[in-house]
Design a protein around this ligand. Structure first.
Ligand code: ADP
Length: 497
């Protein structure tokens, strides 16, 4: 038999990717395309679902063409995606009724406050494992139904479908034959009861969402239909939200294993096994994946703005031309500088959960310039992860001996070293930073028998380990300043603004 491959479709917040893996888990090729970010008002973030699909399909075609793949060469396709981002489309025409409302979007903050005031906090936490926040899909779907003309009536008649991005991509890949999601994505909608794995009627009623809009929930390593390619069907056999896919790709299969991904946001997840662990420190309980009908849970700390802060340095401040240049710029900073950046551009996520916090720069002096601000921005990623990791250790009662990392921004050596310093723990960076895509490939490959579980655990190649170097007095001083800055950024926006 000729060699076969698995393709991962990785639909991220800023770009669409298609990634080719072989049986040895080697990443053979990637094609990637950025797409447009729309910011119609402060705090609003949208994507065009058709542009998402076009870019995703284009990179898939490019990967296939570049590698001269024929249908028999592809064992399966896995999908991983930006989570929570909400698409509502017409079942008959396939046309989205509104842009995708992106996970970072804050427009439904007031609605979330209202629900909290009505006393839903504990019930929602118990059912969904989530805190009430505009981040999750439910309030975004409700916003579309209430603000797009005619949408509510069409939804009532069963003419509209809702999906997170996985569902939208599956629906497009299968030409409308499959309307499905997996539990790791469904768990982020604030509509799924994560204890039973079923959509929750109370929550559907609360947000005014008819059951007919919701996708079928299938196993993450499961059957999501086929992509027709040159007259043959290629199985779509694995689906997981990006962060859960990264946990799987980092082979964190055992309870207590954790990873942190530095992408647009930062997401730390710990596998908590077959039981959900509830947080006392503002972390989320979520579903990691389901395989053969068995659900694995995770604790998650979500930081909204991480690599996005580097994009801000590049695109809004125009300090750098590429994200990579942030490293050399930070190294030029005056070591005495006391600048702190709090990148609360979309409020603050775990462990603070303040939708009304906004970004701020503290400690500016007359000599503060681009290098000092760039350095403080990179440091802010590491500080946020420090806070999440401490919360996770508290909740799980497990002290992490090291941090497994991945994602685009941790290619930055300054950041990786500073992260090790702040945590006082080694940071281990694998050769393949694309754990997200690898996880989706693994889930798909397992389903079609391309891989067995044992094949996956054997190699996790370390490219570099960063050991802590800074003394503890300095770190304590830096953390004190950081926490002071965070306090001053909180509750910046008035609720009535
Ligand atoms: P996502 O999947 O969320 O789109 P990626 O894992 O591709 O994110 O990482 C891209 C993010 O990492 C971008 O926000 C970018 O600004 C940041 N980034 C990429 N390379 C670097 C670097 N060398 N230093 C700092 N940040 C970087």
């Amino acid at each position: 038999m000729s060699q076969q491959f698995v393709i991962a479709i990785d639909q991220g917040t800023t770009s669409s990717r298609a990634v080719l893996f072989n049986h040895e888990s080697e990443l053979l090729d990637v094609s990637q395309q950025e797409f447009t970010q729309h910011f119609p008002k402060p705090g609003w973030v949208e994507h065009d679902p058709l542009e998402i699909w076009d870019s995703q399909f284009a990179v898939l075609q490019k990967l296939v063409a570049n590698n001269q793949l024929r249908p028999d060469d592809i064992a399966a396709i896995g999908i991983t995606n930006q989570r929570e981002t909400t698409v509502v489309w017409d079942r008959n025409t396939g046309e989205p009724v509104y842009n995708a409302i992106v996970w970072q979007d804050r427009r439904t903050a007031a609605r979330c406050d209202e629900i909290t005031a009505q006393g839903w906090k504990d019930r929602i936490q118990q059912k969904t494992g989530l805190v009430i926040d505009a981040y999750f899909s439910a309030s975004k779907v409700q916003w579309i139904l209430e603000n797009v003309e005619g949408a509510k009536e069409k939804a009532k008649k069963g003419e509209l479908l809702f999906g997170t991005i996985d569902t939208w991509i599956i629906w497009k890949l299968t030409e409308g034959r499959v309307h499905a999601t997996d539990p790791s994505n469904a768990a982020r909608t604030m509509l799924l009861n994560i204890n039973s794995g079923e959509w929750d009627q109370d929550l559907m009623t609360l947000f005014g969402i008819p059951a007919s809009m919701l996708p079928e929930v299938r196993d993450s390593s499961g059957d999501f239909g086929e992509l027709q390619f040159q007259g043959q069907g290629i199985p779509i056999a694995g689906v997981a939200g990006d962060q859960q896919a990264a946990l799987f790709g980092q082979t964190c299969f055992e309870k207590g294993m954790a990873k942190n991904t530095y992408g647009t946001g930062c997401f730390m997840l710990m596998n908590t096994g077959s039981e959900r662990v509830d947080s006392e420190s503002g972390l989320l309980s979520t579903i990691a994946w389901s395989i053969n009908g068995e659900t694995t849970y995770a604790l998650e700390g979500s930081v909204f703005i991480a690599g996005a802060a580097i994009q801000w340095l590049r695109d809004e401040l125009e300090f750098i031309e590429s994200a990579g240049e942030s490293e050399s710029l930070a190294l030029q900073a005056n070591p005495e500088s006391d600048v702190v950046v709090v990148p609360a551009f979309a409020g603050l996520g775990a462990p603070y959960w303040d939708m009304y916090a906004r970004g701020a720069i503290f400690g500016l002096t007359r000599d503060s310039g681009k290098p000092e601000i760039a350095k403080a921005t990179l440091q802010s990623l590491a500080y946020q992860i420090f806070d999440v990791l401490k919360a996770m250790e508290n909740d799980s009662g497990i002290e992490l001996s090291q941090l497994n990392v991945d994602g685009g921004a941790i290619a930055n050596n300054f950041l990786a070293q500073f992260q090790a310093d702040v945590l006082q723990k080694p940071v281990t960076r694998p050769t393949v930073l694309e754990s997200t895509a690898l996880g989706a490939a693994y889930l798909a490959g397992l389903k079609v028998g391309y891989w067995q579980m044992d094949d996956l655990t054997k190699v996790r190649e370390i490219e570099r380990e960063f050991k802590p170097k800074l003394d503890t007095d300095t770190i304590e001083r830096l953390l004190r300043r950081w926490h002071k800055a965070v306090e001053r950024s909180k509750q910046w926006v008035d609720k009535d603004d």
